[in-house]
Write a protein that binds this ligand. Sequence first.
Ligand code: MYR
Length: 131
Amino acid sequence: TFNGTWKVDRSENYEKFMEEMGINMVKRKLASHDNLKITLEQTGDKFHVKEVSTFRTLDINFTLGVTFDYALADGTELSGSWVMEGDMLKGTFTRKDNGKVLTTTRKIISDELVQSYSYEGVEAKRIFKRG
Ligand code: MYR
């Protein structure tokens, strides 16, 4: 189960990923120390996500397979959805400003929540521990 609170522990290639997303250096530096914490609460096919970071506190509600809007901390707007594929959450989101697609997955690997991101061929990971 994904339920619970997860604190980012480490990231892989996240700065390169943000660069590909067009995020400037100052914001990348800040974002690499964002202390991201997410609380996931699944009820059937509905999810409640609480996102807390040095940038903001945000509540997100979505239903698996149903498109919703989400904005990144820098204001970039996305639209897309999550689906469950086996034990993995798979998200496909389209940037509203340029139409390009960002895909992301969440899976539990030995007590850690691993979130992967892919955009324009650049991949990154953020790995969370229960907190
Ligand atoms: C959620 O489930 O947490 C809300 C929806 C998330 C949408 C996809 C998130 C992609 C985040 C990419 C961050 C990279 C910043 C350049």
